[in-house]
Design a protein around this ligand. Structure first.
Ligand code: NAD
Ligand code: DAU
Length: 351
């Protein structure tokens, strides 16, 4: 059995990816390494927790000796690295953990792979990254694999750093790496600090909907299972040393997406048309707020035949339904430490 290390498998994207791989590849044994930060939640993995080809390990990628021992013990065939601090607003408030997890943690994994893998054997080190490394677009143009790196937030700078390290290990040490840079994901199990689940939760609870600045920033949205499917394709058929951009050609201004969510939820919650939109509140803009992200996914489409499976309308419907049906999940993840962070943040912005 090939053992594959997934880091960050208890998070939003990692949990969808694990569920896909565990079902589709019974011949792989998946080892999920996760620190279970506020964003990691084993509840996201309930449906596969007893699978015979799955093991969970609680641990921190920043602890070098622990990572080294894990690689020596398991002799992994491959790594799919998702563990990260992932929220831009948090990186602005407290960048330390972003530097540690996203840069040092990635370095520790690369070092362990380099020192425990034999060059003659077949291995894969797959690094999951973001389109934010390319910076901010104006009204036109798209991010290509060849676009220059121009990160502007501590989060995107830390991810850019990790991408550079991964590429350096390919060129310097022949480590068999693959990288993908994806646009904004949405879907079930996303932590409600991110735009869509935050808005859905606030609409439901009739709380203000905090739109940053004038709401005119543009993001390119992709259904999370389509990201997982793209990772599967690239992991199995992508070329070593290459980068693949992943995106669904689905650009939306923030204010339009929030308005659309309000319309969908007015209907689902039996409210008057326009009632939820009354909750929209323009708040202080995010510092250094990137104006527009837009991915050109032609390489992935042409080389590997990947394409998104859902329209945005279908995806949004499914997403809203999931959060409405999973009130307990939402209540649990928004209690405790997260609650005080959210309340502090929100009060600050309104003031
Ligand atoms: P997430 O915040 O939901 O999950 C991150 C996971 O990593 C959590 O389970 C957390 O417990 C774990 N983790 C954090 N620090 C760790 C550490 N030091 N050691 C071990 N585990 C640790 O993030 P996500 O949205 O699922 O993103 C996953 C990856 O995909 C990240 O690398 C992110 O940069 C990238 N990405 C995300 C998006 C998006 O829209 N969410 C888009 C493109 C790329
Ligand atoms: O593009 C990929 C990236 O997408 C990933 O690498 C990140 O991990 C992921 O968090 C996401 O980053 P964004 O900053 O684009 O996502 P977020 O959901 O935080 O914000 C989306 C947009 O909505 C952004 O323009 C800021 C705005 N926003 C966000 C929040 C949380 C608001 O207007 N109000 C809010 O309350």
């Amino acid at each position: 059995m090939k053992k594959i290390l997934i880091t960050g498998g208890a998070g939003f994207i990692g949990s969808h990816l694990l569920k896909l791989l565990i079902r589709k590849y019974p011949d792989y044994h998946m080892v999920n390494l996760d620190k279970l930060t506020y964003a990691g939640n084993l509840e996201n993995l309930k449906s596969i927790e007893n699978a015979s080809n799955y093991t969970f390990v609680k641990g921190d990628i920043v602890i070098r000796d622990f990572i080294q021992k894990l690689f020596e013990e398991h002799q992994f065939y491959a790594v799919i690295h998702l563990a990260a601090e992932s929220h831009v607003d948090r990186s602005i408030l407290a960048p330390n953990e972003f530097i540690e997890t996203n840069i040092l943690g990635t370095f520790n994994l690369l070092h362990a792979a380099k020192t425990t893998w034999n060059e003659k054997d077949e291995h894969i080190f797959y690094h999951v990254s973001t389109d934010e490394v390319f910076g901010s677009l104006g009204e036109s143009g798209y991010f290509l694999e060849t676009s220059s790196y121009d990160p502007r937030s501590p989060y995107s700078a830390s991810k850019a750093s990790s991408d550079h390290l991964v590429r350096a290990y390919f060129h310097t040490y022949n480590l068999p790496v693959k990288i993908s840079n994806c646009s904004n994901n949405y879907g079930p199990y996303q932590f409600p600090e991110k735009l869509l689940p935050l808005m859905i939760n606030n609409i439901k609870n009739e709380k203000p909907l905090p739109v940053y600045g004038r709401g005119l920033n543009v993001r390119d949205w992709l259904w999370v299972e389509d990201h997982a499917a793209a990772i599967d394709e690239i992991f199995h058929r992508g070329s070593f040393g290459e980068t693949y951009n992943i995106g669904g050609k689905n650009e939306w201004k923030n204010i339009d997406i929030v308005t659309k969510l309000c319309q969908i939820m007015d209907q689902k919650l039996g409210r008057e048309t326009g009632e939820s939109a009354g909750l929209i509140t323009y708040v202080k803009d995010r510092a250094g707020h990137d104006q527009r992200y837009a991915i050109d996914p032609s390489k992935l489409e042409n080389d590997l035949g990947w394409s998104p499976s859902l329209t945005f309308e279908e995806g949004l419907e499914k997403t809203v339904d999931w959060y409405l049906e999973n009130e307990e999940w939402m209540n649990r993840v928004t209690s405790g430490a997260y609650k005080s962070y959210y309340e502090k943040q929100y009060t600050k912005r309104e003031a």
